[in-house]
Design a protein around this ligand. Structure first.
Ligand SMILES: Nc1ncnc2c1ncn2[C@@H]1O[C@H](COP(=O)(O)OP(=O)(O)OP(=O)(O)O)[C@@H](O)[C@H]1O
Ligand SMILES: [Mg+2]
Length: 154
């Protein structure tokens, strides 16, 4: 499923659309280079859940929690995770929190430890836009990905 966004606001709107549908234990993984728009997308997720506060990359803390009325969103950014440090993150606790959904930027180093049912969002930077690819691995993720169906390029 491939979409395009031409501004940060459009990327945020995609996130918002998905955020409205998130349920406990849902997992969204965000791939893409530095500045691709992963955090912008997560800001949309939080907004879609009804969170009113600011969203920024949890670069130093590795994780931030956005407590929305309906659901908490755990926002992880594993970019600065050193080799062998994954055990300190407490990944399983976030992923098994049944009052929360989780979004992970730079999930590559944790991939082997993530549940297989997850929605993967990849952002590719083009000169004038972002190409957003959504890949559903698993039944729940496929259900979530449907929010993008009528926006897809092909
Ligand atoms: N179509 C677009 N979608 C999202 N962001 C865009 C778009 N066009 C331009 N931008 C700009 O790109 C930047 C994306 O920043 P953001 O922090 O979301 O990236 P990131 O993928 O989280 O990077 P990092 O890997 O450093 O965490 C912002 O400055 C935003 O204004
Ligand atoms: Mg980021």
């Amino acid at each position: 499923l491939i979409l395009e966004t031409r501004s940060p606001e459009e990327t945020r709107a995609l996130g918002r659309r998905l955020g409205r549908r998130l349920k406990p234990l849902d997992l969204v993984c965000l791939f893409g280079q530095l500045g691709a728009g992963k955090t912008v997308f997560v800001a949309g997720l939080a907004e879609g859940l009804g969170y009113k506060g600011r969203v920024a990359s949890p670069t130093f803390a590795l994780a931030k929690d956005y407590r929305a009325p309906k659901l908490t969103l755990h926002h992880l950014d594993l970019f600065r995770l050193g080799p062998g440090e994954l055990g300190n993150v407490g990944l399983e606790e976030y992923l098994s929190d049944d009052g929360a959904a989780t979004a992970i930027e730079w999930p590559e180093s944790a991939e082997a430890f993530l549940p297989s049912d997850r929605l993967e969002i990849r952002l590719d930077v083009k000169p004038d836009r972002r190409v957003v690819t959504a890949t559903a691995a698993g039944a729940r993720a496929a259900q979530l990905a449907k929010v993008f169906d009528n926006l897809a390029q092909r």
